[in-house]
Design a protein. Sequence first.
Length: 377
Amino acid sequence: MSEVASPRLLATDAPASVKTNLTRAEYCSPDIYAKEIEKIFNRQWLLVGHISLAPEPGDYYVKQVGPESLIIARDKQGALRAYFNVCRHRGYRLMDDHSKGCTDGFVCPYHHWTYDLDGKLRTVPGTRDGQDFRFDEYPLHEAVCDVKHGFIFVWLGKETPPSLNQALAHWNNDEQIQGFEPERLKLAHREIYTINANWKAMLENDLECYHCSHGGHVSLAIACHFQAFYADKQNGQHFPLREGMSTFSMDGQRVSKKSLGAAENGESAGFLLWPFFCGPVFFVDHAVSLELTPLGVDKCQFICEWYVHEDAVEGEDYDKQKVSKVFHITNMEDQAFGERNYQGIQSSRFVPGALHPRREDGIIAAYEVYRQMMAAD
């Protein structure tokens, strides 16, 4: 008679000395997700683009940032503003998703309430200011907005935020990044990936290269020096290049003829914020910005934007498909990893596993911040 092996009992908790990922509920619970929006998403600086996307007064673009839609605009004085894409009348969305242009104000398509570039309510059909209510009591809701190395960040919460410089102080590589002249960029290409996974499953994937050197990213391996991620954690090079490689591309050769400032072949530098993973990375001939935000408990969004020097001419100095190819392939591979990982996490038998203390230390560091923020009042 054949015998059936008894299943091993599963431990519900790892030893206290072992760093682990999170519990199943922290990936799958709508209630925990709601707390994350309140305690983390609304209390972190989030990347929303580059100053070149709205260079002049009146310029604007609409950006989806997690569950929120924002209008990023320059007012008449040239200051950058970030408005929630919500009319103060009945909540109608003012501007279309992904729209951009130049305007002297924002008009709600529903009832034509009109707002100035500084967010003030200008006109309301059928009434005058003070007749039925005061217009100054209904400005657009606004997020705090700041710029670092040419990239625009927003703070969506109602509390006064720490300075953006303070949030990024631990990188301490401003001088190196300024050598790339990061303010002198223009957008070459953008991809938006909608991923059927909890945002933390993608965060974990993006913060480690444990999976990279085991055939996970064949194209990435051509130019990227995987082992350098483990050997030197303080050099600011998030995508260190192999010896002899000029830039981050399919063959390690330049994808734009125009250099970024005084950068040299083989250079890379950048800065990142987390738990919501966002920030830019710079190479000799182009830059890449990364934005991970949630769309729901089981869905997230990853936006990747590729930038070249502002003087580079498409078709003459660069081909946007070559600029974006290696990262686009890698992003699609990571999407597949994240979605399949989340399918496993949803199993009733999933329990936290041990994290590699050297090859997954980025996850460990991010989750220390995550737990602190979730425990805060």
